[in-house]
Design a protein around this ligand. Sequence first.
Ligand code: DX5
Ligand code: ZN
Length: 229
Amino acid sequence: MKNYILAPSILSADFARLAEEISTVEAAGADWIHVDVMDGHFVPNITMGPFIVETFRRITSLPLDVHLMIEKPERYLEAFAKAGASGLTVHVETCPDIVATLRQIKSLGCTAGAVLNPETPVGKIQPALAEADLILVMSVHPGYSGQRFIPETVSKVSEIRKKLNALRSSAWLEVDGGIDVESLPRMKEAGATAFVAATAVFKHPEGAAQGVRTLRDVIASEAKQSPRL
Ligand code: DX5
Ligand code: ZN
C-alpha cells in the first residue's frame, strides 16, 4: 500500500470531457478520484449525487473517495454505496452520533471517513478518531474549488496526527482545499497522508496530467520522512 495518496477532485474537471479527464489523471498516477457532493443546504453550492457516482464507477477502476457535504448524510449512505463509492466521508457538523454513522458506512462495505470544517474545533472529531478509516481536515470553507488555502489549518493537522499516532491508528489523514505546490509540503510535514486537489490538477496550465505529476513530485520530494514514525 502507498504511503501517500493523491486524490484529484473531479469538481474542477471539464464535465463535457468527463471520461477523458478521469482517464488522464488515472494514467498520470492519481490514486483516488475525490467526488464532492453538495446539497445546497450544508453548503451553498449544489453538485452531484449517486447517479453521477454510478457514472464515475463505470469510467474508472480507481477508488471513489466521496465527500458528502450534505445535511443528514445517513439518509443517502446506502445510495452512494450502491452507486459504487469506495469511501464515504461525512462532516462531524452534520452527524449527531458520528461513531454510529461511521459504523453504518462500514456496514455498507465502504471505508469510513469523518471531516471537520476549518472553524470546527478538533475536540469535535475526537470520538471519530478510533473508529474512522480516514480523517479529513478542510483547509478551505467547503462549497467551492479554487479558494485560498487557510494556513491556520496546518496546526489542526499536526494536532490530529498526534492523536492518531497516540491511538496507533493507521487512518488516512486527508486534507482538502487550496492544496498546491506550496501548501502540500506544509500539510505533509504536519502529518497529512492524503491530498485532495481540484484546481492544482485540472486547471494546471499544462494540463491535468502535468498537474498530477507536479503534485506527485512534491509528495515524493520529502518521502524519506514518514508521518507515522
Ligand atoms: C471544497 C471541496 C474540495 C474542492 C477542492 O468544498 O471539498 O474538494 O474541490 O478544490 P481546490 O483544490 O481547488 O481547493
Ligand atoms: Zn472535497
